[in-house]
Design a protein around this ligand. Structure first.
Ligand code: PDD
Length: 275
């Protein structure tokens, strides 16, 4: 059963619980995390909670509970839900207070949903997905997993309207990341991804892939690359908690080779991490 959690208690997933003066609702004033549960076990949970702590610190937000308590709430929620293949979304906001920009003195609030995991279509895994390039119109602190996702939402919608799976952002002529994913390419046997600066989210899947590349002795570089370099890639893929490792078949009008030895190797290794 899919369930929710709001302000210290578990609730029905469809219950109306967010008050009108909640700052997450009024300002997007908060941070979030997405965690995949495989076989009843939250995958890379420490890494996600570490990033949650960092995101909260970056916006001067105090967590309502210490990470140990968050672990307990997650375990309790998973048990209550009975779900074993799940997706946990958790948001921490600056709480409930009369609307004013200045930080309130009221405590922050955590909300969470535990739902069935969305599983990527087998066909997409095999055929790959198409992406479209778009100007990165976001702010400069994309390393913070902020609730403010308006540019990401608009980009994803424009991509979908034009039949693409994902929008890939370009800032100052260089590829940054997807609207909800990181991007990797393979060129002449070397795996390449955008450096983990403030212009991208430091993806947990991205970090896992980098570790796997090292384990598999795949040469790896973190460096900036532009549209032309992406178009000439031997392989390219996106990564995220929900998509895992998803091959790119086409970038706007440019088709990539369906031969993807390194992407396939990394995907098999990635699945091995939780199986
Ligand atoms: N999105 N970049 C952006 C902008 C993202 O929103 C995400 C994740 C990633 C990949 O991060 P990770 O590997 O830690 O999931 C990169 C999640 C899945 C979401 O918002 O639903």
């Amino acid at each position: 059963m899919e369930i929710g959690f709001y302000k210290d208690q578990f609730v029905d997933i469809n219950e109306n619980v967010v008050p009108i003066q909640e700052r997450g609702h009024q300002f997007g004033d908060g941070v979030y995390e997405v965690i995949r549960v495989y076989n009843g076990k939250p995958f890379l949970l420490n890494e996600h909670l570490d990033r949650l702590v960092k995101s909260a610190e970056a916006i001067y937000l105090e967590l309502p509970y210490p990470p140990e308590r968050i672990y307990e709430i997650i375990s309790e929620g998973l048990e209550k839900s009975g779900l074993t293949e799940a997706e946990i979304y958790m948001q921490i906001t600056r709480g409930i207070a009369p609307r004013a920009h200045l930080f309130p003195t009221t405590p922050s609030v955590m909300s969470m949903t535990i739902k069935n995991a969305r599983v990527v279509d087998k066909k997409k895994r095999i055929d790959g997905v198409t992406v479209t390039l778009m100007e990165d119109e976001r702010w400069k602190n994309c390393y913070i997993k902020s609730l403010n996702l308006l540019p990401n939402v608009i980009a994803k919608q424009k991509a979908a309207t034009n039949g693409h799976e994902e929008a890939i952002f370009i800032r100052d002529g260089f590829i940054t990341e997807g609207s909800s994913s990181n991007i990797f390419i393979v060129k002449n046997g070397t795996l390449i991804t955008t450096p983990a600066t403030n212009f991208i989210l430091h993806g947990i899947t991205r970090a896992a892939v980098i570790k796997l590349a090292s384990k598999c002795n795949i040469p790896f570089e973190e460096r900036k690359f532009d549209r032309e370099f992406l178009n000439e890639a031997d392989e390219a893929f996106i990564t995220s908690t929900s998509a895992e490792i998803l091959p790119i078949s086409k970038i706007d009008d440019i088709s990539l080779s369906p031969n993807r030895p390194i992407t396939n190797l990394l995907y098999n290794e990635y699945c091995g991490l939780y199986k």
